[in-house]
Design a protein around this ligand. Structure first.
Ligand code: ATP
Ligand code: MG
Length: 806
């Protein structure tokens, strides 16, 4: 190859190079975590452009998150040394939104359609279920939502479902009605849910071959990362996009001035795009959303003659980390055995830690992070993972107290806050006047005296007169309501209409098809906030939380200003689309110098110098919900595997022996997966507050922990157990071997026989002295409610809390 292509393949191993250089209709790269799959995709794109084999505009690369897309674009541009505009690097959802906004009219949709998120879906389903009394059959918004989503991911719509419905089963019949109404309401509101984005695009392509041909012609190279997590609908979309354009359609395109020269083969057809997919079946963690491992297995069958490249060497992690990952995943049946290996040496051992509570665990994490930081590891190169969002509470509390810079990725999402949804609903109602959900949300927010009865009156007036809700509002005069309410309704309609008028481009803009002359998004939002008194009402409220809410709305306003500055000429719909598509991982900001906290699902594809996997307990990982699902525990194991393989140099596995969940403190059990990791790979440490020294109840200095873990008094490491002491024992049906559990949890304090009652004074290792207010629960589950002199109110599981009676 010439100099440039050498540069693009330098630093790749022979298999990686082969994958970059292969030219053919279909290429499958299967490999374990950290073996350079994503890197190969990036180099492959750069090599196609650099070798003048493709224009940037002929490339469509699909990533799992918008964040991954931005990263891939940056890397391609760095390799090419120039911006590669026109390239589509995006998620499935973003690509589909782009296509649908352009082609909406073909399928009878407004191009300003709203995208409904999960909360919107549930609001609508809640209304439907209530109207149909479907709750008597056990339907909940969540269950109906899950079922609808599953059907859509299988490309099954209402008609298909209706054809197969068992009319003797009242549940089936009821669900059909829910599904039908749900579909109708979204239609009427010109709205799509997330699953629709994919399935409607597939439908569009199948129903309108000429529209499909525009995209089949355009994208000559389609590349998909994390292919193991595509579901059937996404798979169908790829199939449509990679179809050949038949000669008769090519001829029509040609007639309409679409350039086809140089693209056709001897028969006059445009051959299907070349397809590259990369994936790892061991990292498939979205089966619950319909992801289908079979997509990988069947790739060769569906794309005959596909080239398969296997990558073996791992370039991310130390051998100790990889050995742990190998050991864990080898417990899954039904997989091709592959072992991750690195040429970079064993590295340090994994650190295990058993805390006596979630807070203790969090304190360990915080202390270790500070130690790592002190040793030169940047905060942004450290991540903390957990299975469920609820686990962030303890971590955040401790991190705040330790003044540790952190960020929760995809946790309490800004855009899910009620006040932000309110402000967004104003914008949505302006952009899409058909969106009844948005307008009903703001009808009485802030309060303007429009109650539920009035809302229903408007709705039925609309229904009877075949009007939209918004039109019915404008005609509120004829509703026979009181003058004050009538005026409030009409004023709101006028406010929205006036805002909509601000969005109309100037005549010049209209002539040139640009947005010129239209008001900026931030100006429209400012106008709406002012006119509706949204912020003013929050500011003058007596609820102390409302001040924060007002600040949040102002933060949104600031964001629209940034958006206007960064996207000159962009429209309100562009802004709304961007907000809808903000995936969890998008909030990552590498430059910000903060520790990242995220769920294991969000962690996919990422890597960090140091990784903390927390809450490795039965019930959390595997999650209790997975127990009843076929394949559930195997999928949870893959999730654990994904977590382990994110770490480059340091891996920490931790758990807490008691955890508050759903307002109850319960004894936690080490996860069965921990047992699958060979002993010699992990150094176990325990909370010094938890382990007891001979004699049992010696008080410990308040700051004992600062002295370091596992060393010091009581010694937590496995080897230093004291046989005289009672062991922590567990009685739970799903428990792994108690013998083994004892090793992980070590010799711990057992206060089983400590009798406490209201009024007793106690001392706690961390919280200092306090007074028992109340004792609840029985036996091993007795909980002391304690008012500490300086640490506030706490609930403690008496059996294991590091406390003594004074
Ligand atoms: P995952 O399955 O987790 O998505 P992956 O297979 O996509 O992993 P990459 O993220 O592409 O792996 O690569 C893992 C790390 O190894 C990255 O930091 C990458 O830059 C590095 N890497 C990959 N190949 C090489 C190579 N040949 N030489 C040096 N470093 C490499
Ligand atoms: Mg990857």
């Amino acid at each position: 190859g010439h100099a440039a292509s050498d540069r693009l393949t330098a630093g790749l191993n022979p298999q990686q190079r082969e994958a970059v250089e292969y030219r053919g209709p279909a290429l499958l790269i299967v490999a374990g975590a950290g073996s350079g799959k994503t890197r190969v995709l990036t180099h492959r794109i750069a090599s196609l452009i650099d070798g003048r084999e493709a224009w940037p505009s002929q490339i469509l690369a699909i990533t799992f998150t918008n964040k991954a897309a931005a990263e891939m674009r940056e890397r391609v541009e760095a390799l090419l040394g120039e911006a590669a505009g026109g390239m589509w690097i995006s998620t499935f959802h973003s690509a589909c939104v782009r296509i649908l906004r352009r082609e909406a009219e073909a399928i009878g949709l407004s191009s300003t359609f709203t995208i409904y998120d999960s909360a919107d879906q549930r609001t609508i389903l809640k209304r439907i279920i209530k109207e149909l009394d479907a709750d008597t059959l056990g339907f909940t918004p969540a269950s109906a939502q899950a079922k609808i989503s599953k059907l859509k991911n299988e490309l099954s719509d209402v008609e298909t479902y209706a054809r197969n419905v068992n009319t003797n089963d009242p549940n089936d019949v009821m669900f059909l009605e829910i599904f039908r109404q749900y579909t109708r309401r979204l239609r009427d509101a010109s709205a799509l849910d997330f699953d629709d984005l994919i399935s409607e695009t597939v439908y569009l392509f199948r129903a309108f071959p000429k529209v499909a041909a525009l995209y089949q012609r355009r994208f000559r190279h389609i590349l998909v990362d994390e292919y193991q997590d595509t579901n059937h609908a996404q798979y169908a979309l790829i199939r449509e996009l990679t179809r050949a354009v038949e000669p008769d359609v090519v001829a029509e395109l040609d007639e309409h001035g679409v350039l086809v020269r140089g693209l056709t083969d001897a028969t006059g057809a445009i051959p299907g795009a070349s397809l590259t997919v990369v994936g790892d079946s061991d990292q498939s963690i979205y089966a619950f959303r319909g992801a289908d491992i079979r997509n990988i297995v069947e790739f060769e069958r569906d794309f005959p003659g596909a080239k398969v490249v296997l990558l073996e060497q791992n370039y991310r992690s130390t051998q100790n980390i990889l050995s742990a990952a190998n050991a864990v995943i080898s417990n899954n049946f039904d997989r091709k055995d592959k072992k991750l290996w690195t040429a970079d040496g064993d590295g340090e051992r994994i650190t295990g830690y058993t805390g006596y509570s979630a807070h203790d665990e969090a304190q360990f994490v915080a202390d270790e992070i500070e130690a790592l930081h002190g040793a030169g590891v940047a905060y942004r190169d450290i991540a903390v993972f957990y299975r469920t969002n609820a686990q962030t509470r303890a971590l955040e509390e401790i991190f705040v107290r330790s003044a540790l810079p952190y960020r929760v990725v995809g946790g309490t999402k800004f855009y899910e806050r009620a006040e932000i949804k309110d402000a967004m609903a104003y914008l949505i109602a302006v952009a899409n006047p058909l969106d009844e959900l948005a307008i009903r949300r703001i009808l009485n927010t802030p309060k303007r005296g429009i109650g539920p009865a009035t809302e229903t009156a408007i709705a039925s007036f609309a229904e009877q007169n075949d009007l939209s809700f918004r039109q019915a509002m404008r005609a509120a005069d004829g509703l026979g309501l009181g003058p004050k309410v009538t005026k409030a309704i009409i004023d709101l309609a006028k406010l929205l209409d006036a805002a909509a008028a601000m969005l109309v481009p100037s005549q010049k803009g209209i002539d040139e098809g640009t947005n010129e002359g239209a008001s900026k998004v931030s100006d429209v939002l400012a106008f709406l906030i002012e006119g509706s008194k949204l912020v003013e009402t929050l500011r003058t409220s007596r609820d102390p939380q409302d001040e924060t809410r007002a600040e949040n709305v102002e933060e949104l306003l600031a964001q629209t200003k940034d958006f206007d500055r960064e996207n000159p000429g962009a429209s309100l719909v562009d802004f709304l689309t961007q907000v809808s598509l903000v995936a969890a991982a998008d909030e990552l900001d590498d430059a910000s110098g903060t520790v990242s906290l995220m769920t294991l699902h969000t962690a996919k594809g990422l890597e960090y110098h140091a990784v903390f996997l927390t809450g490795i307990e039965e019930g959390l990982l595997p999650h209790q919900m997975s127990a009843s699902e076929p394949g559930g525990p195997a999928e949870e194991r893959r999730l654990f595997y994904v977590g382990i393989t994110r770490a480059r140099k340091r891996l920490y596995l931790s758990l807490a022996m008691s955890r508050a969940q759903f307002g109850e403190v319960s004894v936690a059990m080490p996860s069965r997966y921990l047992q699958e990791i060979p002993d010699e790979l992990i150094d176990w440490k325990q909370s010094p507050g938890m382990a007891t020294s001979r004699g049992g109840t010696q008080p410990r200095a308040l700051n004992a922990r600062r002295g370091g873990y596992g060393g010091g008094a009581g010694g937590g490491a496995w080897g230093t157990r004291d046989r005289d002491l009672e062991r922590f024992s567990v009685t739970k049906s799903a428990a792994p071997k108690t013998e083994w559990a004892n090793r992980v949890t070590g010799t711990v304090r057992d206060n089983g026989d400590l009798t406490l009652e209201a009024g007793d004074r106690i001392r706690h290792t961390d919280f200092g002295e306090g007074t028992v207010r109340q004792v609840t629960g029985e036996g091993t589950k007795r909980i002391a409610h304690v008012a500490f002199d300086s640490a506030g109110q706490k609930k403690l599981l008496i059996k294991i809390a590091p406390i003594e009676k004074l």
